[in-house]
Design a protein around this ligand. Structure first.
Ligand code: AMP
Length: 114
């Protein structure tokens, strides 16, 4: 199967503005930012989306949230606040079939989402 754009970023075939990396996670700035800070955190191991991650790989959810906390601190968002979002499937607005967590901050975010 063809690589997704995010797998190509992991493999350094496509450039990205990488802000954090560890053994499990890569985080980089979204190409089309929806807030002053808009960072995507992705597992290096490919999973299409949140709802299809098998139970043996559930530790990746903890890795993603822990990395998001580190990156939010790195971006000085602790005081002002931020939002974490995962879009699953058509109704969720998913456009890239590689699990990713959006970290958004730097402005007040409205609720409910559109
Ligand atoms: P989603 O709609 O939840 O699937 O989010 C996919 C996100 O990936 C969108 O916010 C896009 O702007 C972003 N995106 C797509 N291609 C790239 C890229 N090459 N580098 C950074 N972000 C990207």
């Amino acid at each position: 199967m063809a690589k997704t754009i995010f797998e190509r970023i992991i493999d350094r075939e496509v450039p990205a503005d990488i802000v954090y990396e560890d053994d499990h996670i890569l985080a980089f700035r979204d190409l089309s930012p929806q807030a002053p800070v808009h960072i995507l955190l992705i597992p290096k191991k490919h999973h299409a989306r949140h709802g299809t991650v098998p139970s043996e790989d559930h530790p990746i959810f903890a890795h993603l949230l822990a990395a998001a906390q580190r990156v939010a601190r790195q971006c000085h968002l602790e005081e002002t606040g931020y939002r974490l979002v995962i879009n699953h499937g058509p109704d969720g607005g998913e456009t890239v079939p590689h699990l990713h967590l959006h970290l958004l901050g730097g402005r007040p975010l409205s609720w409910p989402p559109g």
